[in-house]
Design a protein around this ligand. Sequence first.
Ligand code: BTN
Length: 235
Amino acid sequence: MTPIEWLESAGSTNSVLRDRAVRFGDAVATLHQTDGRGRVGRQWLDVPGRGLAISVALTWENPPALLTRIPLIAGAALIDAVTEIHGDNELWMKWPNDVYAAEKKIAGVLTEMPAPGTVIVGMGVNVGHTVDELPVDTASSLSVLGIDIDPAVLAEAWRRILVERVDTLDEPATHEWVASRLGWIGDDVRIEFPDGTSRTVTIIGIRADGALTVSSNGHTESIVAGDITRIRREP
Ligand code: BTN
């Protein structure tokens, strides 16, 4: 696999790879992204030198069946990378593709498919931000958690674990590995759907394709897109 290419700065590392002829595992990273993109058209804000922005290209002649698992695999790979480098931690995955500690976001994933058989997986990680540097009070960083990690070491570990797991993407064991890192199971959440509507449901788990399995009023269903917020029960 080619070494990770480090850029002094980039508009969006996803866009850098999207505009290239890429091979499986090619990766671009920077600590200064000037036009970082988030899910559903949001921005991914940058404090120069504090956050890791990295994108990895995945390519296949015959793509696996369950490509929709990739965002969850990317999040789970970040948790395992931090565990490998630092040891035990409190990171967990918030469906569909965020990494959290307690109730605060540490990292987000943006996957894009610029061509059939090519997926670009982008990960933004709050690595070295102080509390004052965090863009919103619902965010945190590894350093605020007391986890001091060299972003270059984190980038190497994350890409390695990601591509290893993607090699077994369709296997049931990969589903178990992802599912065991998902948070808020059994909790009530409000789901906001892309069309602007919302509902309250209880999380059961995730389906093999990465959809969220929920129940409401005794009825079980799977949700493929939306944003979830936990509903706090009165003590
Ligand atoms: C989200 O939480 O909405 C997803 C954020 C994804 C940000 C990463 S940073 C690396 C890659 N390049 C981008 O422009 N976005 C992703």
